[in-house]
Write a protein that binds this ligand. Structure first.
Ligand code: PEP
Ligand code: MN
Length: 352
C-alpha cells in the first residue's frame, strides 16, 4: 500500500484551539476543559492576558469541532497546522515570560545566566557568583553533572556541586541553572536548582523531557548540535505536553563542515523561532564558538538579533578551568560585554 503524505497526516494527533469568549470566567474555562476531556481529548488550558484558550489534543476531528463551536462560552475553534502545537504562536501569540527569583527571560526582558562550565570548588563557584552578579547576571550557571565526550574527563562534583551552587545562591540571590542528565536525577537536581538545564546531547531524550515536564521548575532546553528547528520545537513540546509551560529554548550552535569554531552559531534562529513560538529564546555563544575571544562579539550580535537571554561561561581563571576553559571569559571581560550589550538592548527598546 502506498502511504501518502495525506494519509500519514491522518494518523497523527490533531489539535484544535478552543478560543473562549473574552468574558469567560474561571468556572466557564474549567467547564469547557472538562467537556473537552469528556470527548476523549486532552485539554491544555492556556491563560493569556487578553483571553484564555484550550488546546484540545487527540484523534477527533470535524464532529467534535462543531460541537465545541456551538458552546456558549466558545468564540471559535481553530485547527493548528504547525507540527508543534502548544509551543506554536498559532496557539498563543503573546510571549511566554519565564521567571524565577530575579531572572526574567522573555516578553521584552533579557535574562543573563553566567558562571563556569563546571562547579569545581567552593571558592571557584562563590567567586564566580559574586563577580557575575556584580556585572549584572541574574542567573548562575555551573554543571554538577557533566555530559563529557570522554568518559575519562571530569564528570562533575555531583550532589556536592549542587550543594555548592545552593550556597552561592544563598550568598548572592542568583537563580541556579544546572544540568540534569537522567530522569533518575530529576528529584535530586530539582531539590537544589531554580532552572533545570537539558543539555544539547539530551535534547531528544524523550523520557528525560517528560520527567522535567512533570516538575514545576523552569527548563532551559538546549538545541541538539544536529537538530533541525522543528525537532527542537518538538522536543520542547514533550515538556509542554506534561503541563510545564516555563521553557526557554537555547541556541548553542550546530555541527557543520566548518572547523574554525567548535560549533557554528546560527543567530538567525532567534528571529526565526520568535515568529513560530511564544517561548523565549536564549543564546549560548560560549559553546556556539568554543573560543573565548569570539564570545563578546557574539553576545552583542545575539542581543541585536533579539535574543531574550544569554547563557555564558565565565571563570575566575579560565586557564585553570577543569572544563571548557578555552571558551570561558574572565569576569572582567564579562562585565565589559554586559555594558556593551546593555547599550545595544537600549537602542532596541529592550532594557536589560
Ligand atoms: C554546558 O552548558 O555546559 C553544556 C554541556 O552545553 P551543551 O549541552 O550545549 O553542550
Ligand atoms: Mn561547557
Amino acid at each position: 500500500m502506498r502511504f501518502t503524505r495525506t494519509s500519514a497526516g491522518k494518523e497523527r494527533k490533531r489539535i484544535m484551539i478552543v478560543v473562549l469568549k473574552p468574558n469567560a470566567t474561571k468556572e466557564m474555562v474549567q467547564r469547557m476543559a472538562r467537556r473537552v476531556e469528556e470527548m476523549g481529548l486532552k485539554a491544555h488550558v492556556i491563560v493569556g492576558t487578553e483571553r484564555t484558550v484550550i488546546a484540545a489534543i487527540g484523534e477527533k476531528r470535524d464532529a467534535e469541532r462543531e460541537t465545541l463551536e456551538s458552546c456558549d462560552e466558545v468564540e471559535k475553534v481553530v485547527p493548528i497546522l504547525a507540527p508543534y502545537k502548544v509551543a506554536s504562536t498559532e496557539t498563543k501569540e503573546e510571549p511566554t515570560v519565564v521567571r524565577t527569583r530575579e531572572l526574567v527571560i522573555g516578553g521584552g526582558h533579557i535574562g543573563v545566566i553566567a558562571g563556569p562550565c563546571s562547579v569545581e570548588s567552593e571558592e571557584q563557584i562563590m567567586t564566580s557568583a559574586i563577580q557575575v552578579k556584580e556585572a549584572g547576571a541574574a542567573g548562575l550557571r555551573g554543571g554538577a553533572f557533566k555530559p563529557r565526550t570522554s568518559p575519562y574527563s571530569f564528570q562533575g562534583l555531583k550532589e556536592e556541586g549542587l550543594k555548592l551552587l545552593a550556597a552561592a545562591r544563598k550568598a548572592t540571590g542568583l537563580a541556579v541553572v544546572t544540568e540534569v542528565m537522567t530522569p533518575h536525577h530529576v528529584d535530586l537536581v530539582g531539590k537544589y536548582a531554580d532552572v533545570l538545564q537539558i543539555g544539547a546531547r539530551n535534547m531528544q531524550n524523550y523520557h528525560l523531557l517528560q520527567a522535567v515536564g512533570e516538575t514545576d521548575l523552569p527548563i532551559l532546553l538546549k538545541r541538539g548540535p544536529s537538530a533541525t528547528i522543528d525537532e527542537f520545537l518538538l522536543a520542547a513540546e514533550y515538556i509542554l505536553d506534561q503541563g510545564n509551560t516555563q521553557v526557554v529554548l537555547c541556541e548553542r550552535g550546530v555541527r557543520t563542515f566548518e572547523a574554525h569554531t567548535r560549533f557554528s552559531l546560527p543567530l538567525a534562529t532567534v528571529p526565526y523561532l520568535q515568529a513560530r513560538t511564544h517561548l523565549p529564546i536564549a543564546v549560548d555563544p560560549s559553546h556556539g564558538t568554543g573560543i573565548a575571544a569570539l564570545v563578546p562579539s557574539m553576545c552583542k550580535a545575539a542581543i541585536a538579533a533579539g535574543a531574550d537571554g544569554l547563557l555564558l561561561e565565565v571563570h575566575p581563571d579560565p586557564s585553570k578551568a577543569v572544563s571548557d576553559g578555552a571558551q570561558s571569559i574572565t569576569p572582567a571581560v564579562f562585565a565589559a560585554t554586559m555594558a556593551d550589550c546593555r547599550k545595544i538592548a537600549e537602542v532596541l527598546g529592550r532594557p536589560m
